[in-house]
Design a binder for this molecule. Structure first.
Ligand SMILES: [Zn+2]
Length: 327
């Protein structure tokens, strides 16, 4: 599958070069053009630019609900990336296609932020904990190949990481548009204090909670969040595993954990059909646990942006959900 994607990407890039190389695109040259892949990056840029700004044009590429792990770039995406002033992406296995897109860049002064590279040692490997459904080996698995560590790409689900990234975004914006540097610095300071405030609200909620374990009847992109506050977790699947079926063994293990720890809720993530969570609840003694959804922001759309969702608003509602789950 990966190979096929690479071929398609290469074809798309080739096509673009054949038809479009050299001709400048229709972007407004007075404005800084910023291209981001996912919603958190987009919203952070907007926060640092500030509300009434018209100094930049910001694009969120993944805006139709297809998540990072399944997304494939369009020819138009490649054009946008190759000609923008600033580009932000995750830099993990899922958006490996970016490397090819960047080879086409026409702007040598492009500011590029790779989140995993920027966060360096804060990046975690995916962790398999007791009870998780084992991942099936990939069909094309080459036995001679050394198994590479699987980095957890969901770095945005840490408010501490958000601070690091926002600081970097502000730095790069100041470089690109020094005439507005004071404004960007001020916006960064305001935004950072909001991140700090929410961070301590999370810490407080966890410190005062009776129970310190969350249980996901679902995939588990929240390792950065649980680690930040010292929460224990159990989940049906590691990271954003492609697995969708949980064995009865997995279900039973999680149901027994709920009984053992008297957990009040089973968590699911955005876009889950909740079927595994329901089966887990059905296998507990009391069968009365709530099924709650905590938003990992992986399927945000341009519609959600229009409706006013922001990184902070989602992290705030996630805190409300977490409080329910920690009762
Ligand atoms: Zn994911």
């Amino acid at each position: 599958m990966k190979r096929l994607i690479l071929v398609i990407t290469a074809a798309v890039i080739g096509l673009f070069c054949f038809s479009g190389c050299g001709s400048s695109t229709d972007k407004d040259s007075d404005k800084i053009s910023i291209v981001t892949t996912i919603f958190p990056e987009y919203d952070w840029v907007e926060a640092i630019l500030g509300k009434e700004t018209d100094s930049a044009e910001v694009t969120m590429l993944l805006d139709n609900g297809v998540d990072l792990h399944s997304y494939q770039p369009t020819a138009d995406d490649i054009v946008k990336i190759s000609s923008c002033d600033m580009f932000i992406y995750v830099g993990g296995e899922s958006d490996g296609w970016v490397e090819d897109a960047l080879k086409e860049k026409k702007n040598d002064k492009m500011e590029v932020i790779n989140l995993l590279e920027l966060l360096g040692n804060s990046v975690k490997e995916e962790e398999v904990v007791e009870g998780m459904q084992a991942e099936e080996e990939e069909e094309e698995g080459n036995e001679a190949e050394e198994e590479e560590p699987e980095y957890d790409e969901h770095v945005w689900l840490s408010l501490k990481n958000a601070k690091t990234v926002c600081t970097e975004i502000a730095d790069r914006l100041c470089k690109l548009d020094s005439s507005n540097a004071d404004k960007y610095k001020k916006n960064l300071a305001d935004y950072t204090s909001e991140l700090d405030k929410l961070d301590s609200e999370y810490q407080q909620a966890v410190s005062s909670a009776k129970n310190k374990t969350v249980l996901f009847g679902d995939r588990f992109p929240f390792r950065y969040l649980t680690d930040d506050y010292g929460l224990n977790y159990y989940a049906a699947f590691v990271g954003c595993s492609a697995e969708t079926e949980a064995s009865f063994e997995t279900v039973l293990f999680l149901a027994q954990k709920i009984d053992e720890l008297s957990l009040p809720a089973v968590l699911t993530i955005d876009k889950s059909d909740q079927s595994i969570a329901k089966t887990i609840v059905d296998n507990t003694k009391n069968k009365d646990q709530q099924i709650l959804t905590i938003d990992s922001m992986q399927s945000k759309t341009s519609e959600d942006v229009k409706n006013g969702d922001t990184y902070l608003s989602v992290m705030k509602s996630d805190l409300d959900v977490l409080k329910q789950a920690l009762k």
